[in-house]
Unconditional design. Structure first.
Length: 275
């Protein structure tokens, strides 16, 4: 009899835990709805329905694993409470009208694989905690008003395949740890204010297929180690301050034929080594 009572207690206790988790996550989503003017969304939520019926929300085993509200007329700020969704694998709030900063504690979301906050009006910098997302594969922050340097610890994102930060105001040199991101397939950093030299260690990014550094202030020699990237299909490093010689193989990858700016703003082309 005691064993049966114990089992019944464990059963109902387990149900209580799952119910609490579900309610806690529901409260966070309601906060997101309120903070981003849910009444004006294109696809609105009926909060009287179960969460798995809410537009853009995916629930598995009573846990929210995906929020995709791309192009849904969200305004306001991203609530910090969203970082308590510890089961979330995808957060896509791109192509909206969000402002303010990226939540500082976003690194708490250890299961996150896709983070897309592109085409908003976000300001501030990339939180250092973002480097604590061990499963992150896609980081897309294009077309915001973000600034500052890339976090020095960015190399900890060992699963990262797609890094897209174009048309912001990022500056400074690429951190040394950037060249440790060996899973990278696509890098789009164009139209920022990045400076400094590209390290020969860029040859470590063996899976890289697309490299776009157009319209920055990178300088120095174009690393010949780029030729080692056998998967590289597209490259645009024009409108920077690179100097020296480049190989014919590399020049053919760049659609603008290595058109550069010099220190006084004149447009020049890098000389190509034939053969």
């Amino acid at each position: 009899m005691n064993k049966k009572i114990t089992l019944i207690f464990i059963f109902f206790f387990s149900l209580s835990i799952f119910a609490n988790i579900s309610q806690a996550e529901k409260d966070v989503l309601i906060k997101l709805n309120q903070a981003t003017n849910g009444a004006k969304w294109i696809n609105k939520w009926d909060l009287s329905l179960p969460m798995n019926k809410w537009y853009g929300v995916k629930v598995v085993d009573d846990k929210v694993i995906s929020i995709n509200l791309n192009n849904n007329n969200l305004t306001g700020r991203i609530p910090v409470e969203i970082t308590t969704l510890l089961n979330l694998q995808e957060l896509n709030l791109g192509t909206n009208l969000l402002n303010g900063e990226i939540p500082l504690n976003i690194g708490n979301m250890k299961t996150l694989q896709i983070l897309d906050l592109s085409f908003n009006k976000l300001t501030g910098f990339i939180p250092v905690s973002i480097c604590n997302l061990p499963n992150l594969k896609t980081l897309v922050l294009d077309r915001n008003i973000l600034s500052g340097e890339l976090p020095p610890q960015i190399g900890k994102l060992t699963m990262l395949e797609n890094l897209s930060l174009y048309e912001n105001s990022f500056q400074g040199q690429l951190p040394l740890s950037f060249y440790q991101l060996k899973s990278l397939k696509s890098v789009s950093l164009y139209s920022n204010r990045f400076t400094g030299k590209l390290s020969p260690a860029i040859g470590n990014l063996e899976l890289l297929e697309n490299l776009n550094l157009f319209d920055n202030d990178f300088k120095g020699q174009v690393p010949l180690e780029l030729e080692k990237l056998t998967h590289l299909k597209k490259m645009n490093i024009s409108y920077n301050l690179f100097s020296g010689l480049v190989s014919n193989k590399l020049s053919l990858l760049d659609k603008l034929n290595m058109t550069m700016r010099n220190e006084i703003g004149n447009v020049v082309s890098l000389p190509v080594i034939k053969g």
